[in-house]
Ligand binder design. Structure first.
Ligand code: GLY
Length: 356
């Protein structure tokens, strides 16, 4: 068992333990005097863990209720949030009560968002059950939903009061979702830890899974503590995501999973960094090799100019041009703004605007 303390505006602990689900009620009781606990989960996870979590919460003296929504990114909508909020109101949850998010990234993002706006904010606990949620989305307080215009366009920063990570839950995770989460683990190595990257390159993940989860969360903790609301350093966590999101969108979220798209995005940006003399030669090749080893794709036939247009359209709300996360070498990342007109030259797929 290990714990980690996160020093954000509202501070909280992350509890790492195999089998922690069975005692989650006691762990949650240690951070709240709430009378009621509303568990929010999806139709995939409910059958595996809802009964166990509910029993543990009841044994710790909580009055429990359970809201199950249909699984899948296509249900990460304001309509599902409206159903969640109605449920919390029907259960007469008060400001002193607590929401428990049990599941993967979609569940954590949505339950956290519902908790951020129900009664102008109630406490919530994250119990992530996918690798992606354990190493990334359950930590740092980003919550929200997709809009028809794009992913995660509506949300709030709302930190949990506790995160409970039980790696045993990954045993029931389909292999393709585990592999998907590994895209984010590679990302952490690329931006902050050559040692983590080397371990993923050389060892079998299941031989150091608990260490890897802890290390990824520790990297995320440090970044989020420095920049809770993503004004600067937190953007590094988006390494590979600009083109990754564009790829996901290009295929209408049907052909590539998030981790696959981010993997390809990391390779594309590393190649661009190399051709501009920013990234150490051979870096893109190392990322390609590690993705191949993990069973993730490293290339895609989608036309780069179209991806750049999509990426720029996606980020227009934030800036003129793209804030690209680039590597100097594995473990060292920085942000560089590239104006829209220079993007084709930067990526080696065209001439600068105005040139013949
Ligand atoms: N997943 C990126 C972040 O939390 O900032």
């Amino acid at each position: 068992m290990k714990t980690m303390h996160v020093k954000t505006g509202r501070e909280y602990d992350i509890h790492f333990e195999r089998g922690a689900l069975q005692k989650c009620g006691k762990l949650i009781r240690s951070v709240t005097a709430a009378r009621r606990a509303a568990i929010i989960t999806d139709s995939n996870v409910a059958g595996f863990y809802a009964a166990e979590v509910r029993a543990s919460l009841s044994a710790a003296g909580f009055e429990t209720s359970l809201f199950v929504f249909p699984s899948g990114e296509e249900n990460k909508t304001l309509a599902t949030i409206a159903d969640m909020l109605s449920f919390l109101a029907e259960q007469s949850l008060t400001r002193g009560d607590i929401v428990v998010a049990l599941g993967g990234g979609v569940t954590g993002d949505m339950a956290g968002f519902a908790a951020s706006c129900y009664l102008r904010g109630v406490q919530f606990v994250q119990i992530p059950t996918s690798l992606l949620a354990q190493i990334d989305s359950s930590v740092g307080g980003k919550t929200g939903v997709d809009l028809p215009q794009g992913k995660n366009l509506c949300g709030a920063f709302h930190q949990p009061v506790l995160v409970i990570i039980d790696p045993d839950t990954l045993d029931t995770l389909p292999a393709k979702f585990f592999t998907d989460g590994m895209g984010e683990a590679v990302k952490y190595g690329c931006i902050k830890s050559p040692a983590l990257f080397e371990r993923i390159e050389q060892e079998h993940v299941h031989d150091f899974l608990d260490d890897m989860i802890y290390e990824c969360v520790d990297i995320k903790r440090r970044v989020v503590e420095n920049d809770e609301t993503e004004k600067g350093e937190r953007m590094l966590l988006n390494f590979g995501h600009t083109l990754g999101h564009a790829l996901e969108k290009y295929y209408n979220f049907t052909r590539l999973t998030h981790g696959q798209a981010v993997g390809i995005g990391m390779v594309l940006i590393a190649h661009a960094g190399e051709r501009n003399g920013i990234t150490a030669p051979g870096t893109a090749k190392r990322i390609e090799e590690v993705l191949r080893r993990l069973g993730l794709p490293h290339t895609d036939p989608a036309p780069l100019p179209e991806l750049l247009r999509a990426a720029h359209a996606d980020k227009k709300r934030a800036s003129d041009g793209l804030n690209l996360v680039l590597l100097r070498e594995i473990g060292s990342a920085f942000i560089q703004k590239v104006p829209e007109a220079e993007l084709p030259v930067f990526f080696g797929c065209g001439t600068a605007e105005g040139e013949k």
